[in-house]
Every structure is written in C-alpha cells, then in structure tokens.
Design a protein around this ligand. Structure first.
Ligand code: GLN
Length: 210
C-alpha cells in the first residue's frame, strides 16, 4: 500500500528526534531539497563524506549532471557507502540525475535502466501536470530538465507515473526515483511521500530498547 503523504508530519515526531535525511551534495540541486525536507520536519543535512551515511534515516540524490555526480561519488569514496546502505533498504529519493545514478548501469540500487536526455531536443525542458500514484488525484506540476525516462525495468519495479508511455516515477522497494524536479515548486507532496517511506522504515528498524 502507498504510504500516506500526510504521515510525513510524524517526521517531526514530538518528543522524538527528527528523522535524519541527507542530501548528497556532490553537485546539482541539493539546497532546494534540503529546504523542502526541513519544511517537512526532517533534520536535513548536506552529505559529502562516507562516514556521514552511517546514521542517516534517508537520502536524497538530487538532479544535476549524472556523469559529474558519478565521478564525484567515486572520487570521494561515496559510491560504496551509498550502494551498501541503498541495497540494505535505506529509503532513497533519486531525482533526475539522481534517478540515473541509482540505476543498473551506475550504483545498481534500483532494478531498472534509464535513457539519459530521453525527451530529446524538442522537449529539452518542459513542465507537465502529472498524476502520480500515491499522491492523490491532484496532479503535481513536474519540472523536466534534460530528463531521463526508464527504458527497461525488472518486474518488481512499480511505475507511479508515465509521460508518453514512458515511466518517469518509479518505486523499487525503498527507492523512489523520479525523472523530474519536484523540489522546484511549492508542492511538497512527493517529498512528503518520501518522508512517509523514511518514517515507515525507521519505525520498522527501531531497536526494541530505543
Ligand atoms: N541530463 C542530465 C544527466 O544526464 C540530468 C539532468 C537533470 O538532472 N536535470 O545527467
């Protein structure tokens, strides 16, 4: 069942520590994600060093340039840390370039393969109202900037939204990956959906004596 986006308010759990969500700050659009996560009650921080991944409850990999982000992750020894936590179920939101770097050809956290710059020159950048499974009936204004789509996927990958028949929002276990930028408008429902995933995962993982 899809998490309830309204459950994100529990990210600020009164009396409990806020959930810690890192935003990978190698390159790209990390600041806008951090602000949106903070507005939802998360303890959001920029992460750049491998040891910063150990105590995160969730991670956002922002849009930018996937080649630059991949090189930066390898240079700073972040790729193994992210892969290890991602494969073991850390909730991750990958947006645009972040969707690409989580695919089979990169970190291999999601069971799908992206086509980069898939919409071509004609639709280099565009905005579209998108109905997204799990976000209610109200469409989200999605901002696509040299966006990928999902070209191929495994049977366990759930498609949450499509454009022209191509998946642009998917969920694979605790990985939520979108081809667009959801951090550039005032609509925080996608981040709220993600925070509900983070909340659910942290509740499941919480040690008995916590
Ligand atoms: N086209 C970029 C890439 O291939 C992604 C663009 C974006 O993140 N907005 O990495």
């Amino acid at each position: 069942m899809a998490p309830d986006p309204n459950a994100a308010s529990s990210a600020s759990r009164p009396g409990a520590a806020a959930l810690r969500v890192g935003v990978l700050a190698v390159q790209g659009d990390f600041e806008a994600h951090r602000l949106m996560l903070s507005s939802l009650g998360a303890e959001a921080s920029e992460v750049r060093a491998p040891e910063q991944f150990d105590d995160l409850d969730g991670l956002v990999i922002p849009g930018g340039e996937s080649t630059t982000i991949s090189k930066g992750m390898a240079r700073d020894g972040l790729d193994d840390a992210i892969r290890r936590r991602g494969v073991s179920g850390l909730p991750i939101l990958g947006s645009c370039a972040g969707m690409i770097v989580c695919d089979r050809n990169h970190l291999g956290i999601g069971d799908y393969r992206c086509r980069r710059n898939a919409f071509g020159r004609q639709r280099h950048s565009f905005e579209q109202d998108l109905r997204i499974e799990g976000l209610g009936t109200e469409p989200l204004r999605a901002v696509f900037i040299r966006a990928p789509w999902v070209e191929e996927r495994g049977s366990g990958v759930e498609v949450l939204a499509e454009v022209d028949g191509h998946p642009v929002a998917i969920r694979d276990g605790n990985l939520l990956a979108v081809a667009f930028h959801a951090e550039l408008t005032d609509d925080s429902r996608l981040h709220a959906y993600f925070m509900a995933m983070v909340t659910a995962a942290s509740t499941t993982e919480a040690p008995a004596d916590a």
